[in-house]
Ligand binder design. Structure first.
Ligand SMILES: *Cc1c(COP(=O)(O)O)cnc(C)c1O
Length: 396
């Protein structure tokens, strides 16, 4: 066997990414990643870091000084938020209604926290009463952590009441906005969020590899008041802030090309404008839902709780989840996601994130489903989905 791999392996095939992330990447971002490297302390790179922090603040809706990209995917942002704010023995309340709340609880327990779960069924929000009851079971809760956009279920978690409850208990309010940032309003300062983290490959439409994070004054005060070192050396914000701040102290070699990519992705985002970007995500979501409905499919989440960027659809009875996804990939080069955990085999997850959220992509997917579904046991009018989506676009 030759040492050189066969050509089917690389370069990658053409795909339209309509799953739970990564999303389509803008050509300007791909081009940025192909540029020559500079050193991680080069004056030009330092200028890029400063502009990145400025743009990230705009996207998060914050004036927080400590707003930087963590090197690593969204999970690194998750872990950074927890390990910097938790000391062993701290009580932490976590909303658990999907994969990412479950992951947060796991990470917090590994960091030595006493985790109190505010649980709700997958596919529903965590109600304010459940959060209040969980806080009531603690003596001195350090954090309340909620997932704003639960990508495993397609649910958007309301934040206002939870934020008030957290602050009434003198706990910091922390949110996971990995999937929501850049696709719907996050508004860290307006809501009173103390810390938030995200990822690059969802609605920011950048490859996976960085995790934007922001710490407000109360979170920074907690960081300064720690009695022990942060458990993780790599994710220790007290050291990372010295590289991203005025001192420019070497910590680890910044992933240069990833930072080029995020810089360009943030420019693309802000050139479009956040409001326009949110409107685009909402419109394409509405058109997709109308089209899916016309094909006889049912959404898995109540209308007022649905995410615009992640659409959970029930797999109809008698239809083979994996066979339909395989046909979409092989015939139409479209990737959508399957269900996770208790929803495995029961839902499809259609992502319309960032660059993936376009009218053309909505029509392309609906046309493909209209053609493929009848062969897999769901009788439908093949053109009905595209026609219903067209009516939504025409109505505006
Ligand atoms: C994708 C995602 C993460 C984890 O991000 P990775 O980049 O996969 O590490 C965390 N939280 C939510 C809500 C996500 O959608």
């Amino acid at each position: 066997m030759s040492l050189i791999p066969p050509s089917e392996v690389f370069p990658p095939p053409e795909r339209l990414l309509l799953g739970p992330g990564p999303s389509q990447v803008h050509p300007r971002v791909l081009a940025a990643m192909a540029l020559p490297l500079v050193g991680h302390l080069d004056p030009s790179f330092v200028a890029l870091m400063d502009e990145t922090k400025r743009m990230l603040r705009a996207v998060f809706g914050t004036t927080n000084e400590l707003t930087i990209p963590i090197s690593g995917t969204g999970s690194a942002g998750l872990e950074a938020a927890i390990v910097n704010l938790v000391e062993p023995g701290d009580e932490v309340v976590i909303g658990v209604n999907g994969v990412f709340g479950t992951r947060l609880a796991d990470v917090a327990e590994r960091a030595g926290a006493v985790v109190v779960r505010a649980e709700a069924p997958w596919g529903e929000i965590v109600p304010a009463e459940t959060i209040a009851a969980a806080l009531g079971r603690t003596k001195k809760p350090r954090l309340l952590v909620l997932v704003h956009a639960e990508t495993s279920t397609g649910v958007r978690q309301p934040l206002e009441d939870a934020c008030r409850l957290a602050h009434e208990h003198d706990a910091l309010f922390v949110i996971d906005c990995v999937t929501s940032l850049g696709g719907c309003p996050v508004d860290v300062d307006r809501l009173g969020v103390d810390a938030a983290y995200s990822g690059t490959q969802k609605c920011l439409s950048c490859p996976p590899g960085l995790a934007p994070i922001t710490f407000g004054p109360r979170a920074v005060a907690r960081l300064r008041a720690r009695t022990r070192k942060v458990q993780s050396w790599y994710l220790d914000l007290t050291m990372l802030e010295k590289y991203w701040g005025e001192e420019r102290v070497y910590h680890h070699t910044a992933p240069i090309s990833m930072n080029y990519a995020l810089y360009e992705a943030l420019r693309v985002t802000l050139e479009e404008g956040l409001e326009a970007r949110f409107t685009r995500h909402r419109r394409n979501h509405e058109a997709l839902v109308a089209g899916l409905d016309a094909l006889g499919l049912t959404m898995a989440v109540a209308p007022e709780r649905r995410l615009w960027m992640l659409n959970s659809v029930r797999v109809p009875a008698g239809v083979d989840d994996a066979a339909v996804r395989r046909a979409l990939l092989e015939e139409d080069r479209i990737e959508i996601g399957g269900g996770l955990g208790p929803l495995k085999g029961r839902t499809w997850r259609i992502g319309l994130m960032g660059e993936s959220s376009t009218g053309d992509n909505v029509r392309r997917l609906l046309a493909a489903l209209g053609r493929i579904l009848p062969r897999h046991g769901l009788a439908c009018d093949a053109g009905a989905g595209v026609a219903a989506a067209a009516r939504v676009y025409a109505a505006e």
